[in-house]
Design a protein around this ligand. Structure first.
Ligand code: CA
Length: 226
């Protein structure tokens, strides 16, 4: 597993690099945002760890946005100061996966890193796959462990959006914005109703498999095999 740390506080960057190397990860460090962005775009990392406040490019979230715009699906952890946590949480919408407020203990950091490095969605051509569940965006075929699943258009769109982000959480507002157009009437429980339909088709017929569609109370939903 290869990890990039973008952090201008040299002491923190070097301590994190050393700690991760002790756990057998390969680690590159960039001490400014421009170098960090260049590396993030040119190399293939399994995880990006971006400090929120950086020289040259003054914001780790800007790097996260840029990386996503270039179509990279790599997990991103943002390190942030306590007083910028609210902005950072909002920033998760633009493509970062998780954040950690400084100061933190290494064990907590490592737990986040491990979680983000867990098996993620694979996208090969038109097929999006996670934990035996696959969806073809060209033929609209959906399968779980080889068994076909029939979905309506809306159910398909919802599953596709969740699957693209698996195993990360997708906020409710983000799901609604992506699945329903402005003119349609989305009632407060519309999303819950459709999640219920999906569970009936994706999880219920497979009692010997772990349920994949998870509710994250007060926040949103995710597809996660854990
Ligand atoms: Ca900094």
């Amino acid at each position: 597993m290869r990890i990039l740390i973008v952090e201008d506080e040299k002491k923190i960057a070097d301590a994190l690099k050393k700690g991760l190397e002790n756990k057998s990860y390969a680690v590159d460090v960039a001490y400014d945002g421009q170098k960090g962005l260049d590396l993030a775009l040119s190399e293939n990392y399994d995880l990006l760890i971006l400090d929120r406040m950086l020289p040259l490019i003054d914001d780790g979230l800007t790097i996260a946005k840029e990386v996503r715009e270039q179509g990279k699906n790599v997990p991103i952890l943002i390190l942030t100061a306590r007083d910028t946590v609210p902005d950072t949480v909002q920033g998760l919408d633009i493509g970062a996966d998780d954040y950690l407020a400084k100061p933190f203990v290494f064990a907590e950091f490592l737990a986040r890193v491990r979680a983000l490095l867990r098996r993620r969605t694979e996208i090969i051509g038109d097929v999006i796959e996670y934990a035996g569940l696959s969806l073809n965006t060209d033929t609209f075929e959906v399968k779980r462990n080889g068994t076909n699943i029939q979905l309506s258009k809306k159910e398909f769109a919802l599953l596709e959006h969740l699957l693209r982000n698996a195993p990360q959480i997708v906020p409710k507002e983000n799901l609604i914005d992506n699945i329903w157009s402005f003119e349609s009437d989305v009632l407060p429980n519309t999303l819950e109703v459709f999640i219920g339909y999906l569970r009936q088709k994706v999880d219920k017929p497979f009692p010997d498999q772990p349920p994949l569609i998870k509710t994250v109370r007060g926040f949103g939903y995710k597809i996660d095999e854990m």
